[in-house]
Design a protein around this ligand. Sequence first.
Ligand SMILES: [Zn+2]
Length: 284
Amino acid sequence: MMKLFRTAAMAFLAAAMIGATAGAIPARAADPGVPILLYHRFHPTVPGSTTVTTPAFEEQLGWLAEHHYKVEPLASIVAALRGGAALDPMTVAITVDDGRRSQYTEMFPIVLRYKVPVTLFIYTDAVSYEPDALTWAEIEEMLKSGLVDVQSHTCSHPDFDKERARRSAADYESFVASELAQSKKTLEERLKRPVEFLAWPYGIHDRDLERAAAAAGYSAAFAVEDHLARADGDLFAIPRLVVSDWDRGERFDKLLGGAGAARIASNDPLASCQAHGAAPVVAP
Ligand SMILES: [Zn+2]
């Protein structure tokens, strides 16, 4: 609530400062957007380019609670975005990509303790197969908590730019269609619940991919971008902010305000979705 007042007060002040004649409030003040956070791996002690330590994760969740942020299920935020309504700026969503095992061993107990909803974006080829991946049993156990939702991150986590470069147009088109449709089908059959969201591997997307996602039956897709999600944005490239272990206190506050922009613009490696391609963290 405090922040709402602060935002409104700042908007008023800004309008006053730019002349006070038209009374125009900058568009951003009308719909500042909401932060959708993106995590990958968790570890009790060792941070990494895509690994957040469990103390940092707890600190971030505690910070959200202390500052009156409300962690909402991703589906609620998409519903509001789809309806074109400006979102409560104190809303935040948590997403977690790649289906790494630490999401069960390290993150899930904390999610239960803080009772926050999270959405996992899973690429299905890895499940119960790659050594560092979640198993179907772990995913099902997390789903039963009612706090964890599972959506698609394709089948094999391809780099669509590379695939387009090395395949014929027709081959690429059928490859994309298969990656998008098959992962959705596998998750829906296995987990017996609808899957309607997609997260772009490495954040790579373009108009053709977005059209293919719609054709495959998705209603929204998520990118890795430098700004907050807004009702006037593209529903197939909803931005998410990468959270690092160092995003605590004031730095976390800046990230929530969309300040992740500076990091992504400067090509900070922390900002890229490279989780399963990164060097694995050795478990203690
Ligand atoms: Zn990924």
